[in-house]
Design a protein around this ligand. Structure first.
Ligand SMILES: O=C(O)C(=O)C[C@H](O)C(=O)CO
Ligand SMILES: [Zn+2]
Length: 277
């Protein structure tokens, strides 16, 4: 079952209570052991979620909301393994994925199954999917094959490294752009100064956050910001008009995924600190 999430107008957004914002934009229970847990955002029809196989493989099930013969009939899918070793089998071909390995599965793949090597240390597959107009080849990439970008500095407590896997110069796709960012020890801020990109929506999944820590995630138009208290393995839907930044109570990692009008990572509109309210 896929949980649907509607979009809201910025004028409606600024009237929402904390509970309403959490209901609309926060996804919890993403990494539920023994289950595939998916959320469908009306922003760019982006589907995201987790698959955590334990002692039995899990299948990517079709969903009536897609009105398709199978899930990837008209879609593509990118996934990152954030947990223990596992195998993803696509139409009979098995791909072994270690932690921080990425797999892109192109439009037209009929049968996708998720397995863990050990039920005690299950794989945790984080999935991003978008409509696809063309079939690109199913492709695996390891963290060492990802494009590595060092960002930030200690003075602003935002020293971090960004790994791009599915992007214009990396794994080829129709819409999905996907990777993860890791904060250096003692650094807490991501994506600050913030930006928006009206051409693409984005989803952040925060992970590797210690049990009793949290990230205050900032969203909204630059001049009308709100925040969500986000915990480990929780995701935030970021509308195309929204900033998406966070400050943690400890270092963490987060997967970022986008879809929309283009795949130009640098196509973003900076929101200088002076404009933030
Ligand atoms: O830490 C960062 O900065 C990011 O990871 C930025 C995201 O990748 C993003 O928002 C790209 O549009
Ligand atoms: Zn962004």
């Amino acid at each position: 079952m896929i949980t649907m999430r509607h979009g809201v107008h910025p004028d409606h957004f600024k009237l929402q209570t904390t509970s309403e914002l959490r209901d609309e934009f926060l996804a919890t229970g993403v990494m539920t052991p023994g289950a595939v847990t998916l959320f469908h955002s009306y922003y760019d029809r982006f589907i995201f979620g987790g698959a955590v196989p334990t002692d039995q493989p899990l299948q990517l099930e079709n969903d009536d909301a897609l009105r398709a013969d199978y899930f990837l009939e008209r879609r593509e899918l990118g996934l990152l393994n954030l947990g223990g070793s596992g195998t993803v089998t696509v139409d009979g071909t098995a791909y072994t994925l270690e932690r921080f390995d990425c797999l892109y599965i192109g439009r037209g793949a009929r049968d996708v199954r998720f397995a863990s090597a050990s039920a005690g240390q299950p794989a945790k597959y984080y999935i991003n999917s978008a409509p696809a107009h063309k079939e690109y080849p199913t492709t695996k990439a390891t963290q060492s094959e990802a494009n590595r970008i060092a960002l930030g500095d200690e003075a602003h407590a935002n020293k971090r490294v960004l790994y791009q896997y599915i992007h214009e110069q990396g794994i080829q796709s129709c819409q999905v752009v996907m990777g993860f960012t890791e904060l250096a020890e003692g650094n807490i801020w991501n994506t600050f100064p913030p930006h928006t990109h009206a051409r693409r929506m984005e989803v952040y999944l925060y992970f590797d956050l210690p049990e009793d820590e949290l990230v205050m995630h900032f969203m909204g138009s630059p001049e009308e910001t709100r925040h969500l208290a986000v915990r480990n393995d929780e995701a935030v839907i970021s509308p195309p008009w929204s900033i998406h930044s966070g400050a943690g109570t400890a270092a963490y990692r987060f997967v970022w995924g986008m879809a929309g009008e283009n795949q130009s990572f640098a196509d973003m509109d900076a929101a200088p600190r002076s404009t933030i309210r």
